[in-house]
Unconditional design. Structure first.
Length: 281
């Protein structure tokens, strides 16, 4: 195939091709890689999302990844974003520890922990993974600024209802219908340490058109469970919560629509949102 090349060029060609592949793939993870390696200081924020079910972390149709990519573009410096499969809780846990250490010989300190805002969100089993990871971080003495659960389905061996005391604020969105429906209420292990922003019920009369790229069996058998995952209005709201939490000081709670606000701002036609519990338990 390459008879026209000189013997020396033919010998070097495979190495040149390998170099092209390696260096062309590098930009995709450049921001997170630079953040991991270039600084001796922990990032301003670490934002971790978990996919539900068996969904791959790079599925471009899922809002978990869509908002992560938008947030990464909005906060290009000193903020770490990553999406994980829900079975990779320990991998995410170790990554957070690595980011807080900043140097291989260092260990996370109380000061470092307080400087970095950790935000965790997920759908279905991914929402259960959020609480599991928050529990692990509590054992490490690491605070979490915000947890967001979307139609949380408790995975075997996990407990997604009780929010540990290291979490400053937590919020739960769920829908009550269909074969799979999320946990209707989360509560704080210590209400003096954790503010439950609310348990918000969303009912879907029809599936948002954004669900069309999802597999047919999901749209047929768990349609309301995926409706809440592909609902753009809800995920825009989640994205706003994350943005506010990154920007604000640790002592300021994120802005959130109250029940009165919702009455004057009705939900999208496909969904009706009601406040199930907006007070501390």
């Amino acid at each position: 195939m390459f008879d026209f090349l000189s013997p020396l060029t033919r010998r070097l060609f495979p190495f040149a091709a390998f170099a092209v592949v390696v260096f062309s793939a590098a930009p995709a993870q450049a921001q997170n890689a630079e953040l991991s390696a270039a600084s001796h200081h922990p990032p301003q924020a670490i934002v971790i999302g978990f996919m539900g079910g068996q969904v791959a972390p790079d599925d471009p149709t899922r809002n978990e990844l869509i908002i992560s990519d938008r947030l990464r573009a909005a906060f290009p410096a000193n903020t770490y974003f990553e999406i994980y499969e829900n079975r990779r809780v320990e991998e995410a846990h170790q990554k957070i520890l690595q980011m807080l250490e900043a140097q291989p010989s260092a260990r996370p300190t109380k000061k470092r922990n307080q400087e970095t805002k950790i935000i965790l969100y997920g759908h279905s089993w991914g929402a259960s993974a959020v609480v599991t990871l928050a529990d692990e971080l509590q054992r490490d003495g690491i605070p979490v600024a915000l947890t967001i659960q979307v139609d949380s389905i408790q995975k075997k061996g996990q407990h997604d209802a009780l929010i540990p005391a290291n979490v400053a604020r937590a919020i739960n969105f769920y829908q009550p219908d269909g074969l799979l429906h999320g946990r209707p209420e989360i509560r704080a292990a210590d209400p003096t340490q954790t503010q439950i922003l609310g348990n918000f019920k969303i009912s879907y009369k029809e599936i948002p058109q954004e669900c069309n790229p999802y597999p047919w069996y999901e749209r047929k058998f768990i349609k309301t469970h995926i409706a809440i995952e592909c609902d753009p209005a809800l995920w825009n709201r989640i994205e706003s919560l994350v943005r506010e939490t990154i920007r604000e000081s640790v002592t300021t709670a994120p802005a959130l629509q109250t029940q009165t606000d919702q009455a004057s701002h009705p939900a999208e036609p496909a969904a009706q949102t009601t406040l199930a519990s907006g007070r501390r338990p």
